[in-house]
Design a protein around this ligand. Structure first.
Ligand code: MRU
Length: 347
């Protein structure tokens, strides 16, 4: 099953708001629907947003071409609509990266834009396999353990990519290699991507795991429950500071305290060399409603306000390693994204 794909002239995506109770595919034919689906997290996770961005431009190009009949593609109109898509969510750089990359084919027309979007989809599938293999080897090396116990946050699995996942892809690879003792996903308030999505994926892959509440993660690391922490990333700044789901920073601090490796797993498309440091990363605030209730039930008093950052930033000093499909960078040991060379994909 693919989380997002292009089928018969439209985007098909798994509606993640319905999981784990219902697995349903949605067909998206219009830009407005896609933007709404991104904002309500029907499609989410940085790499999947990259594919959604590129396929969204293909959708725009197709609709503009249709409207103009045989006339040439109205480039200004495609760019205007693409800007709306680019701004649907601010933190994950993959969304704007996917939009911009699809737009590089604008002069060649709608078919070329779609070709680029499909290439991004296929590259994501290959990248996840490579990250899984690199990450699994690194985990055994850094921990000196086999099998290993790992902690993770949010959802970084097949649901956050096209097929297989980044940090959760490493956990899946460890499982396939007989090297996973147990996984500890955090539930990930307020929208429970860990409890709803990661637990669903771990169960489907047959992995041994126990779910934790978010606030138990740092304490249980201090008690030695896990040998390593794996997280994904929404944007990795040039200095290695990494934005990811809120709660990641607390885990990094606790991992440092416990002497446990803290590993960021993300594709090269999440690296943003135009953003100097984590301080320059815009953090999405999703407002009071997600904090003041769940599933339509109000849990907090009416009339209150909340601060609800969807992401935080882990400073590079706290990151043992960043694993991409093409290399491993060890910011905690002074290595930088600018100097570690790219290697071949692993498969
Ligand atoms: O708000 P979300 O669910 O889009 O947040 C997703 C995350 O924080 C993921 O960890 C990140 O995008 C990496 S996904 C491989």
């Amino acid at each position: 099953m693919r989380t997002i794909d292009w089928i018969d002239g439209a985007i098909e995506l798994v509606d993640q708001t319905l999981l784990p109770h219902r697995l349903e595919q949605r067909r998206v034919t219009e830009l407005g629907e896609l933007i709404a689906d991104i904002q309500r997290l029907a499609v989410r996770g940085a790499p999947a947003l990259g594919v959604a961005g590129a396929m969204g431009v293909a959708l725009i190009a197709a609709s503009v071409t249709e409207a103009g009949g045989d006339a040439e593609l109205d480039r200004d109109e495609v760019v205007r609509q693409a800007r709306l898509l680019r701004e649907a969510r601010p933190t994950a750089v993959n969304l704007s990266w996917g939009v911009d990359r699809a737009l590089t084919r604008l002069d060649e027309g709608a078919a070329a834009i779609l070709e680029e979007a499909l290439a991004i989809r296929d590259e994501d599938i290959a990248a996840c396999i490579s990250m899984g293999l690199r990450g699994a080897d690194l985990t055994r090396e850094l921990t000196g353990k086999d099998p290993v116990r790992v902690m993770t946050i949010c959802n970084t699995g097949g649901l956050a990519t096209v097929e297989r996942g980044t940090a959760l892809g490493v956990i899946q690879t460890l499982l396939e290699q007989g090297s996973l003792a147990e996984a500890f996903p955090l539930e990930t308030r307020p929208l429970l991507q860990g409890a709803r999505l990661t637990a669903w994926e771990l169960q489907r892959m047959g992995a041994p795991f126990r779910l934790l509440i978010d606030s138990a993660g740092p304490f249980l690391l201090s008690r030695g429950i896990a040998d390593a922490v794996f997280i994904g990333a929404d944007r990795i700044a040039a200095n290695g500071d990494s934005a990811n789901k809120i709660g990641s920073f607390s885990l990094a601090l606790a991992a440092k305290h416990a002497g446990v490796p803290f590993i960021v797993v993300a594709p090269e498309s999440t690296v943003d060399m135009n953003t100097a440091s984590g301080a320059d990363i815009e953090i999405e605030d999703r407002g009071v409603d997600e904090v003041a209730g769940f599933g339509g039930t109000r849990t907090a008093p009416e009339g209150i306000d909340a601060v609800n950052p969807a992401f935080d930033v882990t400073p590079h000093e706290l990151i043992t390693a960043i694993v991409t499909e093409r290399r491993i960078i060890r910011p905690g040991s002074g290595e930088t994204l600018a100097t570690v060379p790219l290697e071949a994909l692993r498969s």
